[in-house]
Design a protein around this ligand. Structure first.
Ligand SMILES: Nc1ncnc2c1ncn2[C@@H]1O[C@H](COP(=O)(O)OP(=O)(O)OP(=O)(O)O)[C@@H](O)[C@H]1O
Ligand SMILES: [Mg+2]
Length: 428
């Protein structure tokens, strides 16, 4: 279910936004609008849907409109046009009192610069949102204490913000946001001020908390590694427009334009992409009961050097072409005695890890899911191409070379193109 639904939002900053709405709608550039009217186009025609219980990341360069967008969710900013629905309630329809309650109870925000009260101790900082909600002191202190423990700050209750490191202050900010029990957390560059090590710790902590809390988290960042690590989905803004929206894999595998591509440049693809992205559905998968003559014929027809043997969705092993031919010559009733064990990798294994396995052994690898069911056969070519999409065509590192060194009977149509049926492969 969509927790937050944003439809066709426009935001124009300036004294007479309505007057310039039509110009923005009909595509006047941000620069032209500013030059002609002195108005700034904050957002242009943004629509997106944020699923309950997900972490939704908003990315983009400085000035692309990230903070502007997120502030529409709790109506800290009002749109020039468009609609914002939270839990199917039109946020724009809320009266003053309702809006106040909505902000206190539905959403809490974590800021980049911590936003702590310097003259209040840690415990009071964390309890602040509860105080505003009218929760009595003993109860709010109990709850603040609980969240301080959750973020690893037990014992620091009576300290003041300036006595803590940046990472600790950020933890106080997170505890404060969590303490109000709001269903939605808005995190605007919450981890950006932290050094890389602490930042990673905070990401881990957020993921771990999220696995228990199942909140809806909107997370703004400049950092693609952070986005890929945290986000269930990612939206990329550029000059107030949405240039791409999708899962981390969608974005990594098919960047919409050069702007997105530029973000992706330094990303560690081997960590983000998994075995499942590099596997092919088999073209032919016999069972242990299959007749040798049938198997040999199909494998010859398709030019396969091996085929995964399945029992329903379970992987029984692998049958090589040679083994199938031996079964045929021996007059066996079925291929069951000729099936060999097939190594497998989990679908969720990172390509870095898969690459390690590939280099270790040239045997075919199956990909299996969390229920141990067969997903497909790993394509060595795809692993290499995905890790280095613009691979230099040097001998020894090309996808072909890797494929030839170990890949046996690949399975998908694109492999077929490379290897016509029945073609002899020149293994190294
Ligand atoms: N109150 C305002 N009045 C006028 N212009 C504004 C206002 N708030 C934001 N803008 C403009 O809207 C654009 C988007 O700003 P916004 O703060 O949303 O960017 P951002 O993506 O969050 O950037 P950063 O990464 O630097 O935080 C900028 O050009 C900014 O100047
Ligand atoms: Mg911002």
């Amino acid at each position: 279910m969509a927790k937050i639904e944003v439809s066709n939002i426009y935001k124009i900053f300036g004294p007479r936004p309505q007057r310039w709405l039509e110009a923005a709608r009909s595509g006047m550039s941000r620069e032209d609008l500013l030059a002609r009217s002195g108005h700034t186009l904050g957002l242009r025609d943004i629509s997106l849907s944020i699923e309950e219980g997900s972490i939704y990341v908003i990315m983009g360069l400085s000035g692309s409109g990230k903070s502007t967008l997120i502030r529409h969710f709790n109506r800290l900013i009002e749109p020039t046009a468009g609609q914002i629905r939270v839990d199917d309630v039109d946020v724009m329809s809320l009266g003053t009192r309702e809006l106040e309650r909505f902000r206190q109870q539905k959403m809490s925000m974590v800021f980049q610069r911590f936003g702590l009260f310097p003259h209040r101790c840690v415990l009071d900082n964390v309890a602040y949102g509860l105080k505003v909600q009218g929760v009595a002191r003993p109860e709010r202190e109990r709850r603040a204490q609980h969240w301080l423990e959750q973020v690893g700050l037990e014992g620091y209750e009576k300290q003041y913000p300036h006595q803590l490191s940046g990472g600790m202050q950020q933890r106080v900010g997170l505890a404060r946001a969590l303490a109000t029990d709001a269903e939605i957390l808005l995190m605007d560059e919450a981890f950006s001020a932290l050094d890389p090590l602490i930042r990673r710790e905070m990401q881990d902590q957020l993921l771990q908390l999220q696995s228990q809390l199942n909140k809806t988290i909107v997370f703004i960042t400049h950092d693609l590694d952070e986005a890929l690590r945290l986000g269930n989905r990612i939206a990329i803004l550029k000059g107030g427009e949405l240039v791409q929206e999708g899962t981390p894999e969608d974005i990594l595998l098919a960047p919409a334009d050069d702007y997105v591509q530029a973000f992706l440049q330094d990303v560690n693809r081997g960590k983000v992409l998994n075995a499942v992205h590099a596997c092919n559905a088999p073209r032919f998968s016999p069972t242990t009961r299959s007749r040798p003559a049938h198997v040999v014929e199909r494998m010859a027809q398709q030019g396969l050097r091996f085929a995964p043997v399945l029992d329903g969705k379970r992987l029984c092993g692998v049958l090589t072409r040679e083994a199938a031919e031996r079964a045929l010559q021996a007059g066996a009733r079925d291929v069951s005695q000729y099936v060999e064990a097939m190594a497998s990798v989990p679908a969720s294994a990172g390509l870095d890890e898969v690459l390690g396995r590939m280099l270790h052994s040239t045997a075919p690898l199956a990909v299996t899911d969390e229920n141990d069911e067969f997903v497909g056969v790993l394509s060595r070519r795809k692993v290499v191409e995905l890790i280095r999409p613009t691979l230099p065509a040097e001998a020894g590192v090309s996808g072909d070379a890797v494929e030839a060194a170990g890949e046996t009977g690949g399975s998908a149509p694109e492999d077929e193109r490379d290897r016509p049926a029945g073609a002899q492969r020149s293994a190294a």
